[in-house]
Design a protein around this ligand. Structure first.
Ligand SMILES: Nc1ncnc2c1ncn2[C@@H]1O[C@H](COP(=O)(O)OP(=O)(O)O)[C@@H](O)[C@H]1O
Ligand SMILES: [Mg+2]
Length: 522
C-alpha cells in the first residue's frame, strides 16, 4: 500500500507534509472554494437581466411546495419490496414525451424541458393519439395572459405549413396589422365605413358537388343565418309559423332575384316578411294567418336594414372572397362600443356567415378559423347553433376552429342546465379535442376542473400559470407549455402598445433630455 493519500480535490496533500504546509494548503483550498462559489452566483442585478422569465422553471429548485411534496419527513410509507424490473416500471418521476416534432413550434414543454409542437391535422390523421377525434381547439384564460398572442403565433407559423387563416370576427381590431403584415387583408365594417358584406352571398360551387346538392346547401345556410339573426333580436326561439314564414320569404326573394339576375338581399327578405298577403298567397292551400304571425320577424330583421347596422349587410358585397390570400380578418372594432352587445352579435353573425360560406369548398386546403373574444357569442343561442354546425363540418372541410374565451363558465352562461343553449355550448366543448387553459381566477378553478376533469395537481398548476404559459389537454394527455414569442412577433402582436404609448415618452431618454432643455430655457 502506498504511504501517501490522495483525494478527489485538485489539491494534493502529501502525508508527510509539515503542519505549516498542511495549514497553507487548507487555506488555499478554502480560498479556491470561496472563489468558485462566487463565480457560480453572479451579482444580483446581472441575474435579473439575464434570466428570461419565459425560461423560469415551474417549481423552485426545492420542488413543488406543500405537504404532498413529502419534504420535512412528514410522509410515512410502509416498506415495499419489489424487483428492479418492477421498480423501473413504477418509477413515478416521468415527464410526458411531447406530441412529436410535426406541426408548428409553440414553445417549451416546461416539465420535459423539450420543444413543443402542435398540428391538429397531423395528430388527427396519424391517429397517434387515441380519442383525438377532431382538430378544434378551445383556449381559455383571463385577460392579458397572452391568449391572442398564442393564436396569432399559431396563425403566423401555420402559414409556413400551407394553412390559410380566417378571422370571421375581430371585435378589437387587433388582427388587422397581423393580416396585413402577412400579405392578407382585412375588411373593416362600421357606421360610415365603405365596406359592405352581403351575408346571403352564395359561394362558388365546388367542382365535386352537384348543382342540386349545392342549391340545397346554400338554402340551408341562408335559413340558418336568418334564423339566428331573428333569434338574436327577438331573444327567444322561433315559433313553428315563424319558421314557415322565413322559409317562404327566402324562397320568394331568391326566385325574384334569380329572375332579375341579382343577389338576394336581407332588406328584401324583411320586406317580404312585412307583406302578409304575399306570404299567405305563397303558402297556398294551407289556410292560416301566416302574414300576421310573421310581424315580429319582420321587425326583427328591420333592425339590420334600417337600424344601427343599416347599409352594412343589406347591399351587394364590396369585396370578393379571395381564396388565395393567406389571411383574411373582419374588423368589427368600430361597432358595439355601447353596453348592448346585440349590434355586435348581429354583425358577427352576418360576417361569419359570409366567411363560412366562402370556406365551404372541401378542396380549399387546410384552414384555421379563429374566433377571438368568442365569449361574447356564448350568450346567444342562435350563434351557438351556427358555430356548432361549423364545428361539425370542420373535419370534412379541412378546417380547424379555434375559440378563445375567458373562463370555462362562459360556456355555462349560455343557459340553465339542460337548456338548449347549455347543451349546445357543452357540445362545442366536447367537440374540441384540444383544450388550452391559461390562468383562471381562483373562483373559476372548480368549474374548470369539473368541466375538463382536471386532477388536483393540474388545478393547482392552472392557478399559478404566468403569461404565455398554459395547460394543454390534448385528448387526455397533459402538458404545461410556455409559448415562446419571436421578438418580431412580439412587436407585431403587442396589444399593450396603446397602453404604454404615454409612458414611453417618460422612459425615453431623448424625450427626457428634451424636457430638461426646455426647463433650463425657462
Ligand atoms: N408568451 C409571451 N411572452 C411574452 N409576452 C407575451 C406572451 N404572450 C403575450 N405576451 C404579451 O402580453 C400582452 C397581452 O397579450 P394578449 O395576447 O393580448 O392577451 P389576451 O388576449 O390574453 O388578453 C401582449 O402585449 C403580448 O405582447
Ligand atoms: Mg385577446
Amino acid at each position: 500500500m502506498s504511504s501517501t493519500r490522495a483525494s478527489a480535490s485538485p489539491l494534493f496533500v502529501p502525508h508527510k507534509a509539515s503542519r505549516a504546509e498542511q495549514r497553507a494548503a487548507r487555506a488555499g483550498f478554502a480560498e479556491a472554494r470561496h472563489k468558485a462559489r462566487l463565480a457560480g452566483t453572479p451579482p444580483k442585478h446581472r441575474a435579473e437581466q439575464t434570466l428570461d422569465p419565459e425560461l423560469r422553471p415551474t417549481y423552485p429548485p426545492a420542488g413543488r411546495p406543500g405537504a404532498s411534496s413529502a419534504r420535512g419527513g412528514k410522509l410515512r410509507l410502509p416498506v415495499h419490496r419489489m424487483t428492479t424490473a418492477t421498480a423501473s416500471g413504477a418509477y413515478p418521476f416521468v415527464a410526458e414525451g411531447g406530441l412529436g416534432a410535426e406541426g408548428v413550434f409553440i414553445g417549451r414543454d416546461v416539465h420535459a424541458e423539450a420543444a413543443f409542437c402542435f398540428d391538429p391535422f397531423s395528430l388527427y390523421n396519424s391517429g397517434r393519439i387515441e380519442d383525438f377525434t377532431n382538430p378544434n381547439v378551445v383556449l381559455a384564460g383571463i385577460i392579458g395572459m397572452g391568449k391572442s398572442a398564442l393564436a396569432k403565433s399559431i396563425a403566423t407559423r401555420s402559414i409556413a405549413h400551407g394553412y390559410r387563416i380566417y378571422i370571421p370576427c375581430d371585435p378589437k381590431g387587433e388582427w388587422t396589422s397581423v393580416a396585413q403584415a402577412l400579405g392578407g387583408y382585412s375588411i373593416a365594417l362600421g357606421p360610415g365605413l365603405p365596406g359592405r358584406l352581403n351575408p346571403l352571398d352564395a359561394p362558388a360551387r365546388p367542382a365535386s358537388v352537384s348543382k342540386e346538392d349545392w342549391a340545397t346547401e346554400v338554402r340551408k345556410r341562408r335559413l340558418l343565418l336568418l334564423g339566428s339573426l331573428a333569434r338574436t333580436v327577438l331573444k327567444r326561439d322561433l315559433l313553428p309559423m315563424e319558421h314557415t314564414a322565413l322559409d317562404l320569404a327566402l324562397d320568394l326573394v331568391v326566385a325574384e332575384a334569380a329572375a332579375r339576375g341579382t343577389v338576394p338581399l336581407l332588406g328584401e327578405i324583411a320586406h317580404a316578411l312585412g307583406s302578409p298577403e304575399r306570404l299567405d298567397h305563397a303558402l297556398g292551400h294551407q289556410a292560416g294567418h301566416l302574414g300576421s304571425a310573421a310581424q315580429d320577424l319582420a321587425h326583427a330583421l328591420r333592425r339590420l336594414v334600417h337600424g344601427d347596422l343599416s347599409g352594412m349587410f343589406d347591399a351587394p358585397s364590396t369585396v370578393a372572397f379571395d381564396p388565395t390570400a393567406p389571411m383574411l380578418s373582419i374588423d368589427l372594432s368600430r361597432l358595439g362600443g355601447s353596453g348592448d352587445d346585440t349590434a355586435l352579435v348581429l354583425a358577427m353573425t352576418c360576417a361569419s356567415a359570409w366567411m363560412e360560406s366562402a370556406l365551404a369548398d372541401p378542396h380549399g386546403g387546410r384552414r384555421w378559423v379563429i374566433y377571438d373574444e368568442a365569449w361574447r357569442l356564448m350568450r346567444h343561442v342562435g350563434l351557438l347553433e351556427r358555430m356548432q354546425s361549423q364545428w361539425k363540418l370542420s373535419r370534412g372541410l379541412g378546417i380547424a376552429n379555434l375559440m378563445i374565451i375567458h373562463r370555462l363558465s362562459d360556456l355555462l352562461s349560455a343557459g340553465d342546465a339542460g337548456s338548449r343553449g347549455r347543451v349546445l355550448a357543452e357540445g362545442l366543448l366536447a367537440d374540441c379535442s384540444t383544450r388550452i387553459i391559461y390562468r383562471q381566477e381562483p373562483d373559476q378553478l372548480d368549474a374548470a376542473a369539473s368541466l375538463l376533469g382536471l386532477t388536483g395537481v393540474e388545478t393547482q398548476a392552472v392557478s399559478a400559470l404566468t403569461k404565455g404559459r398554459g395547460l394543454w389537454k390534448v385528448a387526455g394527455r397533459s402538458f404545461i407549455t410556455q409559448h415562446i414569442l419571436h421578438p418580431a412577433e412580439r412587436e407585431l402582436f403587442d396589444t399593450d402598445a396603446r397602453m404604454s404609448e404615454n409612458s414611453a415618452e417618460f422612459t425615453n431618454p431623448e424625450a427626457l433630455s428634451a424636457l430638461r432643455v426646455q426647463e433650463v430655457r425657462r
